[in-house]
Ligand binder design. Structure first.
Ligand code: ZN
Length: 110
């Protein structure tokens, strides 16, 4: 790719993109607090007082799936979900710029 043909704005998207992709955990999905039974027969949840647990929910191959997030992982997982969304947003911005270049028939030499 001919970097010189990129605008400063696009260069900035692309370097943010590269940083995110390089250093961060990335998780697609949404976080959702849901009631849960832990399975211990003596626990209060066995009598209807359910725990509220955080789940990461995503669609995978067209089917929804979810995983329970342990408390100690919560902040890392939240960050990974946010970073995934930010990465998607940046990719979309870059794609949009490519689209406009195509419309204007200004494809850079590759
Ligand atoms: Zn329980």
């Amino acid at each position: 790719m001919n970097r010189i043909s990129l605008s400063p704005a696009e260069r900035s998207f692309r370097s943010k993109l590269a940083l995110l992709a390089h250093d961060n955990w990335l998780l697609r999905g949404t976080l959702s607090v849901r009631p849960r039974k832990c399975g211990k027969p003596t626990c209060h949840c066995a009598h209807g007082e359910l725990h509220s647990s955080l789940y990461l929910v995503q669609s995978h191959g067209g089917k929804p799936r979810q995983i329970c997030i342990p408390k100690s992982w919560e902040s890392r997982i939240r960050q990974a979900v946010t970073d995934y969304q930010e990465l998607q947003r940046l990719i979309e911005e870059v794609s949009e710029l490519e689209w406009k270049r195509m419309r204007e028939k200004k494809m850079p030499g590759r």
